[in-house]
Ligand binder design. Sequence first.
Ligand code: DP6
Length: 360
Amino acid sequence: MTAEAFIPSPYQQKPAKGSHSWKSPSNIALVKYWGKTTPQIPANPSISFTLNNCHTITTLTYTKQTTVSADFSFDVFLDGELKPGFAPKIEVFLKRIEIYMPFLKEYHFKIETSNSFPHSSGIASSASGMSALALCLMSMEREFVANMDDGLFLKKASFLARLGSGSACRSIEGPIVTWGTHKEIKNSSDFYGILYTEEVNDVFKNYQDTILLVDVGEKRVSSTVGHNLMNNHPFAEERFVQANSNLSKLRSIFKSGNLEKFIEVVESEALTLHAMMMTSMPYFILMKPNTLKIIEKVWEYRKETGSHLCFTLDAGANVHLLYPEAEKETVLQFIKNELVAYCKKGKYICDQIGFGARKL
Ligand code: DP6
């Protein structure tokens, strides 16, 4: 499907006002998206587990204006508090999607949002936040047209979410979503995420993700800056080839349920992501001493117990611990005994694979 296919035909009707709410989850990438070109086209395909508990709830209320305004007209609230600081990011998003949603300047929007995780937890809210907003806008557009089928609704929601934040396009559906063209994955696209429909071994059912909060501050280097540093990066081309090959490996791992191989791919992806940061110019490090302490402990624990616990990292210091549901009790005990000491204020979030966004 081309991007032009998402430009709508003239609308049949435009309601004067209305409101929609969506609850949209976060996701954790196994093969990482790191590097992009305009407009939000990933340099390599990625794949993620959709999460269940970490989510954003957004309500979009819209009122038709008497005249079409020159600029976008909106107010953003986080937990009931007006947040003018969020406006620039939303402005960029609306500008990028305007051609696909040609009614935007005819309305005033009230965007009310809240996250299940604390704002200062270091967990990026852009994936859940942008996907929730994209879905609200899709619900609005659905009122304008006679019969929009669910397939197109989800595809366009993911397409729009991508234009807000790349990883957000993987938060619409679940449990596993892939984004970016890959030669072995049918219908894969650089424009939107698709549900992974190939065979997946039962061991991945209800896979757990416990997020250890190592650093709770604002990120020092934004993902967008990091992505851009992949342009002219000395190892970029090799990295993009590697991501494609890791995705191929994951396809057979998902089928076989070989957790040793799963661990190898997932941990290598996490460390490669951070290696790219450390070898870009300017270089930077987002891991903290406690990130490394936790990684060492995980390796030790695996060696001693034969557990299938592994880690992955986002563009930050927090550590996502991934493990099969069958190990839930023992791993949680290990976290409480050995890892909590490395978490800011002893905080961690228990999550697991989820099934995507839900209309409220
Ligand atoms: C390390 O989706 O936050 O989490 O498109 O600039 O908003 P933008 O970037 P973003 O990048 C996410 C990077 C990552 C890896 C991933 O989720 O695949």
